[in-house]
Every structure is written in C-alpha cells, then in structure tokens.
Design a protein around this ligand. Structure first.
Ligand SMILES: Cc1cc2nc3c(=O)[nH]c(=O)nc-3n(C[C@H](O)[C@H](O)[C@H](O)COP(=O)(O)O)c2cc1C
Length: 390
C-alpha cells in the first residue's frame, strides 16, 4: 500500500509523443534487450529504451549492432540510445536511423562512467568539453529533425563534485533543440555508490524549459512519486529497481494513476514471471541464431544473470540458486522452478533496497589535459567505440 500523496500527473511530452505514465525504462547494457523490454511493457505503460548502440558500429553496419536494434511490432515509440563522441559520425548514425526507419526516439548517452570510456573522453567525461558537447547534440538533433524524431540526452551531474556540468550541459542541449534532458543524480566519480542527488535534479528542472527526467534510486513506485514531488520533474527514469521485478512498471502505472495497490508476488508468481522472461529471451535469440537449439541455449544463457535478482530475499537454497543460474534449456528451467515453494510470500525485506550495481566511488580516468581544456572542441582520439551494448 502506498503512503504517498499522488502528484497530479501530466503525460510526458517527447516531441510528438505523449507518454503516460511518465515513466522511462533506463537503457541498461546487457539487460534492456527486446525480450526484457516486452516483459516490462506487459506490466505497464511508458517508454522502454533499448540497449546502447555505438554510432561508429552503426555507421560501419556492424552485424551484431544491427541485430541489437530490434523492436516489438507494438513498441511505440521505439526508443534507441546512441553513444558517440564525434559529431559527424553521430550525424551519420542518426541519418541511418531515420532513413531506415529504425527508431522513433533517439537518446544520447553522456552518462557512462566506465574507465575505458571516460579515459578517452567519452560518456560522462564529454560534457566537460562544452563546445564539443553542444556540437554533438546539435548534429544529432539536426539529422533527426527532418523525420520529426525527437532527440534527448541522458547525463550525470558531472565528472566529480569539483567539476559539475549538468546545468550548463542541460542549457546547451536545450539550445541545441533536444526534446528532453534526463539527469542521473550522481557524478561519474560516484559511479553507482551513495545516493542520487535529487536536489540537483530539482535544480535542473528549475533551469530548463524543456521536459526534465529524473533518474537515480527509484526502487519502489512510491520513490517515483517522491521524486516528482521533490523535484517537479516531468518524468522518471527507472533502471536497477526493475531488475528481477518487472512488475515495478505495473506499480508505477498504478502510482501515477493514483491507485495504492502494489504487487507483492508469491514465489510461485515470481516463477511464472521468470519463465515468461526466459521464454521471451529464447524467442529473441532463436530469431538470430543459426538453429533453434542454439537460440534456446543463448536465450537461457542471457537469462542466467537475472536469477539472483528474482530470488533476492526469498528463502531458496544455494544449490537450487546455482542450478538456476546455469540453465541451458527451458525444460531445465521448468524442472528447477518446480522445486520452488510457490506459496512462499514476497520478502518484505527486499522492498526499497538497492539491487544491481552498487559499486564504490572511484577515480575518473580522463585523457591528458582534459580538465584544463574545456573549450577545446576537437574530437578526442580513439573515443568512438565499435562494440555496442557496453
Ligand atoms: C547494468 C547496467 C547497464 C547500464 N547501461 C547503460 C547504458 O547503456 N546507457 C546509459 O545511459 N546508462 C546505462 N546505465 C545507467 C542506467 O541507465 C541508470 O542511469 C542508472 O542505473 C541509475 O538509475 P537507477 O538508480 O534507477 O538504476 C546502466 C546501468 C546498469 C546497472
């Protein structure tokens, strides 16, 4: 049951789209593939962003990347995240998306804190180079505009507390013509540690006229309402909170519609969801595989990483957990799920708790001289990546 007063909600306007509830599934590499997105979409409304695609891989027509750009027939708007560091390559990638009608919405990733990315000036390091950032966002917006495809940016607060960029970058993105700006309330140095700074999200909301989306630490539907109440944001972006809990999107829809019911599935109901998730992944991988058997194995392998999240807090023995995390077929999965006690109630201790990545803060690796050259708008060397989804 909810104890939070419902903020009167408006749909999120994203270019020509009206999104209700104003909820976005955060792009998560290795997670938000077409199967996972369908599972979440079966629960509630919103926008569900696919895994990150690198602009270079798209321009080079990398087969793995092209395959990752997959959407359900009923996915609308089809939402694609691009990672790029070079305005020209980014514009070329956006033109491909538009000309081949691959997506209806493009999000640009400026939030990645991974050392191999920031060390080359990409991801969360890039907004520091304000002229390059503005040029890149404008290049994407201009390439998408003829097709009416809205472009958004997703970013962090900055590199660290001494090098904050979010307000300036938000204003620059707005000036460049983006449809919305999403802020994850952490710096790159924080990675996934500590708590997200919702005050910073409120500050950005105050500063911009375009819709602002708040991201960070929405573990329960009521957290989303609290974030809206605290910051005034136009929508929320939900990442780790839905890992092993796709029904969070049903709760979010209920919450934004002023209803107080929240899902507390029994272990039996969780097992049904696990089966559905695995089946959707198998369907996805079979479509790409040389043989159905290979597709089933790949789909089951992709499912394994989700097992611990689904079972978090439930009293399930180590051996059964380990076996579930090693499945190779749906038959094996069915057999193991049959060993769970379906009447086991949902563990209340798992509510409101962080899940997924919660690593410690760390040094942000940057190219030499990066911090001293804010107005250098040269494209950093070697920052384009050719592998998508990571
Ligand atoms: C496994 C994983 C993969 C992620 N991959 C991406 C990505 O490809 N692009 C991106 O912009 N953010 C990515 N993120 C960050 C999330 O989109 C989100 O900003 C972050 O998890 C904070 O939101 P949360 O507190 O709701 O999880 C990833 C996060 C996780 C946990």
């Amino acid at each position: 049951m909810s104890d939070v007063a419902v903020a009167p909600g408006r749909p999120l306007t994203l270019g020509g789209y009206q999104v209700w509830p104003p909820v976005v599934l955060a792009p998560m590499a290795g997670i938000t593939n077409v199967g996972f997105r369908r599972l979440c979409r079966e629960q509630g409304g919103g926008i569900y962003v696919c895994e990150m695609i690198t602009t270079r891989a798209l321009v080079e027509r990398n087969p793995k990347t092209l395959h990752m750009i997959a959407f359900g027939d009923d996915e609308k708007p089809r939402s694609l995240q691009l990672y790029g560091t070079d305005p020209e390559i980014t514009a070329a990638a956006v033109r491909i998306v538009v000309e081949r009608n691959l997506a209806d919405h493009i999000d640009l990733n400026f939030g990645c804190p991974v050392p191999k990315v920031t060390r080359r000036g990409g991801g969360a390091a890039l907004p520091w180079r304000r002229r390059l950032f503005a040029r890149l966002v404008r290049a994407a917006v201009d390439a998408a505009a003829p097709a009416g495809v809205p472009v958004t940016v997703k970013m962090r607060k900055g590199i660290d507390d001494d090098h904050l960029t979010y307000v300036e970058a938000g204003l620059a993105a707005q000036e460049a013509g983006v449809a919305a700006v999403a802020l994850h309330g952490r710096t790159a140095a924080q990675r996934y540690s500590g708590t997200a700074d919702w005050d910073a999200i409120a500050t950005l909301k105050q500063a911009l006229d375009v819709p602002v989306l708040g991201n960070g630490d929405i573990w329960e539907a009521d957290d989303a309402l609290r974030m809206v109440a605290h910051t005034g944001v136009d929508g929320v972006v939900v990442g780790r909170g839905c890992l092993g809990r796709p029904w969070l999107f049903a709760d979010l829809e209920a919450a934004f519609n002023g209803r107080s019911e929240r899902r507390l599935p029994t272990l039996g109901e969780v097992a049904v969801t696990m089966r559905r998730h695995a089946e959707l992944l198998v369907d996805q991988f079979v479509a790409a595989a040389r043989t159905p058997a290979r597709g089933e194995r790949d789909g089951c392998a992709d499912f394994r990483k989700h097992v611990a999240w689904y079972l978090k807090g439930f009293p399930v023995g180590g051996e059964l957990r380990r076996s579930l995390a090693m499945i190779e077929s749906l038959a094996q999965l069915d057999d193991l799920l049959g060993k769970l006690d379906p009447t086991e109630p949902f563990p209340m201790t798992a509510l409101g708790q962080p899940r997924g990545r919660t690593n410690s803060p760390g040094k942000v690796f940057l190219p030499d001289g990066w911090l001293a050259s804010r107005d250098d708008d040269a494209v950093p060397e070697g920052a384009e990546m050719d592998d998508s989804g990571g």
